[in-house]
Ligand binder design. Sequence first.
Ligand SMILES: C[C@H]1O[C@H](OP(=O)(O)OP(=O)(O)OC[C@H]2O[C@@H](n3cnc4c(=O)[nH]c(N)nc43)[C@H](O)[C@@H]2O)[C@@H](O)[C@@H](O)C1=O
Length: 330
Amino acid sequence: MPVALITGITGQDGSYLCELLLSKGYTVHGLVRRTSNTVRSRLDRLFNDKEIYDKRLFLHYGDLDDVTTIRRVLMKTQPDELYHLAGQSHVGLSFEIPESTCQFTAMGTLRLLEIIRDMEKRPRLLHISSSEVFGRPDHSPQNELTPMRPVTPYGVAKTFATQMVQVYRDAFDCFACNAICYNHESPRRGESFVTRKITRAAAAISLGLQSTLSLGALDARRDWGDAQDYVEVMWRMLQQPVADDYVIGTGQTHSIEEFLSFAFEHVGLNWRDYVVIDAKFIRPTDVADMCGDPSKAKRVLEWQPKGDCRQLAERMVDHDLAAMRTQKSN
Ligand SMILES: C[C@H]1O[C@H](OP(=O)(O)OP(=O)(O)OC[C@H]2O[C@@H](n3cnc4c(=O)[nH]c(N)nc43)[C@H](O)[C@@H]2O)[C@@H](O)[C@@H](O)C1=O
């Protein structure tokens, strides 16, 4: 039975990946941060399945800046595959906390690479990189050869981590891959990211629970994919004979205004009646129009991005409506 270790298992991607690996017969270990909040709602379904939780899913406390503990967990679990998804992932927040963003996102990755380098039986490593590494590229769509020119603290931290993965692959022969992911969303998306903020607001406004939605700049365009679809491709990357980097996107972009329309139209409302611009959500620098070229992933990994953005937005609104209705009736 293959063994996987996931950092960031309680997040959107980590929880979907955990489900995918369990469905494929893996034993899954997850690294979780010790906080006073023990609610891990994205994993609830799995915790309630005794067969899985007792025998094939194990959580270990450990922070990315705690090398001793991470080394101990790696030595104890001896994973075949290590999916490194943890880190400070909010771009806007990275302007407020650049040091800790770099500590976790950049240095955290280097620490993992250093431990793997010393291991007798090295796990295959998947590092989740980001389209933010491209910053303001001079061509669109971007692919694996597009130069990295980040413009945000988060983008800089991800660039460091991505390039370290390449260095450890080349210099030390580690099986280490970068999944250069564009935005990917789902009903499990964190509530401070723009898509989920919008779908929750559309649901809440339609139920009379909220009256306005405060946002920052609305002109950016993003290549929004489906998170569940993206974890499948992460797994495929580690099944290849050779480690490599892949751009993971849909090749299509939408503006925030379009996403607003998808979500609000679904509940019969016009977003223009509710959105207010609040300067506190406008970033000092932002990437404008990000579009991924997934040709290599399609060709080598035989992967086809699924779904469209309107359907994704509608699915998220439906989820938020259902959750709010349940809460309201309790
Ligand atoms: C690929 C990349 O994808 C994500 O980063 P992101 O693209 O920054 O995602 P977001 O949802 O925070 O912002 C999208 C856009 O929406 C604008 N925007 C307007 N008003 C609000 C607003 O009120 N909140 C937020 N969050 N954004 C807003 C904001 O300025 C930006 O232009 C992360 O997963 C990251 O980890 C990652 O790797």
